[in-house]
Design a protein around this ligand. Structure first.
Ligand code: F6R
Length: 618
């Protein structure tokens, strides 16, 4: 959602902060701002819209200064205005601050401060936090007796009175070169450099300057100067920091020859799948193995039910996983939206193993579902892409996706990697139960074939672009599939609506008769995911029902299936493949179709309106 970048060192801060902010724009934005020290206080520049607007303004003023903070805002409290954009400066001019999260008791804080002469310019909860730090800063002695930082102390005192969530970076008027950061429920990562230190809400913003990072935990505070950093907690003194290494480089988060990150990430999928499965098959080639489950095979064998929670695209991956585990391992699986699970107090079976899936590992609802399940005493494992994310840290164990940074807001390579992990889990659990050695070995071979099958489908990109040209101007579309391809229909509809703003719905094909069929007309095309086996004839009859109502049909169909002549207006053929990998292979055409339709409609594919890559507020 909002993005945070802070820098203190020897370089001019503004260009480095702007570069970091640009790398965070994919997380969601509606305005941006920057603050650096000036002779008479802070030089604060804010602009509505893109970071590019802010850059023009910042360059116009040639802002100097070797430390500073910057922010991209995704509005929660208060509209999209320059006043509401961050950084916020306290009314006495002593404190400047950027904030991600929501301060729940800001009205009472504001009332307290209004009574003490502080004034407010914006409608944000953040300004209350900023003025409260200023209130404590004014009361702190300029040179703290025990050598403790005055700024750090005032932030610490403030946070004792704050309810809600925050990732903040603060600068004080009398404390040059110093940045104080604190986190509760909103990610912050410290970058530890050589003669310079950084902070950001996402590794992408700092990895061009350092790969040494500290993932701040909830309740922790950090103090950066150019030459040092220290860590403490809100309630106690200093603590020891663990420095981690980022495993990817800035090149992984760059566009290269691609027009958009979404396109790049769609085409990276064969390699991403190879990376997801690397080293994860047993030596005898008959099952999967995962290093980080923190659960012995004997313990895993005791589990007789699985519960999966996630949001959005990751929730679709859970639905496919449910199908595969139930089909191949014959163990019951339940899937819930994390946002619903956290409040619905669902009764859970005692031998349930809980899983959350999250590319970012920061989605607030998924995190809350994890915490709720843990609070009830369940062991929770996470399928997650971003190493060191909050979900990865709080889970009892899990499976990293290893697909590298996903920058496009619309999830693509992370989704197919989650599908692969789901298929591998079905194998792992199945082999503990009734799946034979030879069935396991055949299943492993089927999974290993997935990257090349995806490569085959990607070769059809030019043909799919042509189909997109024919369908780009419609305003409604249906996506229909059955069994494991029903979640892919949901995913196709989500991809299309989020990046092209075409209204689209996904349904199990047979459900069409129970309502959506009313939408069918020449104006509402349908995308059918056609399955082989027993469902083939049934999907074909759903297609006939659409055709009878003059609906246009795009069929995504495995090789070798013969559709009645003239039934499909457009046909995309995918290679015949094993059931375990079919959802992965069938995903590629719906991703490409959505992508090309959005490009033809001249939509901002990588930064769709109102969306954020990582939804860190409720
Ligand atoms: C859609 C999309 C979102 C995310 C959802 C969960 O393309 O990307 O629906 O899947 O916001 O995000 P993560 O997986 O980071 O928890």
């Amino acid at each position: 959602m909002c993005g945070i970048v802070g820098y203190t060192g020897k370089q001019r801060a503004a260009p480095l902060i702007l570069e970091g902010l640009k790398r965070l724009e994919y997380r969601g934005y509606d305005s941006a701002g920057i603050a650096v020290p000036a002779a008479d206080g802070f030089h604060v520049t804010k602009k509505i819209g893109r970071v590019a607007n802010l850059e023009v303004e910042t360059n116009r003023h040639k802002v100097a200064g070797n430390y500073g903070i910057g922010h991209t805002r995704w509005a929660t409290h208060g509209g999209v205005t320059q006043e509401n954009a961050h950084p916020h400066v306290s009314s006495d001019g002593a404190i400047v601050l950027i904030h991600n999260g929501v301060i729940e008791n800001y009205t009472s804080i504001k009332k307290f401060l209004l009574g003490r002469g502080y004034t407010f310019k914006s409608e944000t909860d953040t300004e209350a936090l900023c003025n409260l730090i200023a209130y404590h800063y004014a009361k702190e002695p300029k040179a703290a007796a025990d050598g403790e930082s005055r700024l750090l102390e005032s932030v610490r005192k403030t946070l004792l009175h704050v309810e809600g969530t925050y990732g903040i970076v603060v600068m004080g008027i009398d404390t040059p070169g110093e940045l104080v950061c604190a986190r509760k429920g909103s990610p912050l990562i410290l970058g530890i450099g050589d003669g310079e230190n950084l902070v950001a809400s996402d590794v992408a913003a700092i990895v061009s300057r350092t790969q040494n990072v500290v993932y701040l935990k909830d309740g922790e505070l950090a103090r950066h100067t150019p030459a040092s950093f220290s860590l403490s907690t809100v309630n106690e003194g200093d603590i020891k920091a663990v420095i981690d290494q980022v495993t990817w480089s800035i090149a992984d988060a760059e566009l290269g020859t691609h027009a958009h990150f979404m396109e790049k990430e769609i085409f990276e999928q064969p390699t991403a799948l190879e990376n997801t499965m690397r080293g994860r098959f047993s030596e005898d080639g008959s099952t999967a193995q995962f290093g980080g489950l923190n659960l012995s095979a004997a313990e895993f064998r005791q589990i007789d039910r699985f519960m999966f929670c996630a949001c959005g695209t990751a929730w679709h991956a859970c639905l496919v996983t449910e199908h595969l585990i139930e089909r191949f391992a014959r163990v019951p699986v339940e899937v819930d939206y994390a946002s619903e699970f956290r409040y619905r107090n669902a009764p859970l079976h005692s031998n349930t193993l809980f899983f959350v899936m999250s590319q970012s590992g920061e989605t607030i609802d998924t995190l809350a579902a994890l915490r709720e399940a843990k609070r009830k005493g369940y062991r929770v494992l996470a399928v997650n892409n971003v190493v060191g994310s909050t979900i990865a840290r709080e889970a009892d164990g899990g499976i990293y996706q290893h697909v590298g940074p996903e920058v496009g807001v619309a999830s693509t390579k992370a989704f197919t990697s989650q599908l692969l992990i789901g298929a591998m889990m079905a194998l792992y659990i199945g082999r503990m139960r009734d799946m034979s050695f030879s069935d396991g070995a055949a299943y492993v071979n089927a999974l290993k074939a997935a990257p090349n099958l995806v490569r085959e489908v990607l070769k059809q990109a030019p043909a799919i672009r042509k189909i997109a040209e024919r369908f780009a101007q419609y305003s409604d579309m249906l996506f229909l599939g059955r069994l494991s391809l029903f979640p892919i229909a949901l995913e196709g509809a989500l991809k299309l609506k989020e990046i092209s703003y075409i209204h689209a719905e996904g349904y199990p094909a047979a459900e069409m008769k129970h309502g959506p069929i009313a939408l069918i007309s020449e104006q509402c095309p349908s995308v059918f995911l056609v399955t082989k086996g027993e469902m083939f004839a049934k999907v074909v009859s759903s297609m006939q029902e659409v055709k009878a109502r003059k609906g246009l049909i795009i069929a995504i169909c495995t090789e070798g299936l013969e559709l009645p002549a003239g039934l499909a207006d457009e046909l995309i053929t995918i290679p015949d493949c094993d059931e375990a990998v079919l959802p992965i292979v069938a995903t590629i055409p719906v991703q490409l179709l959505s992508y090309y339709i959005a490009v033809i409609r001249e939509c901002d594919v990588d930064k769709p309106r109102n969306l954020a890559k990582s939804v860190t507020v409720e």
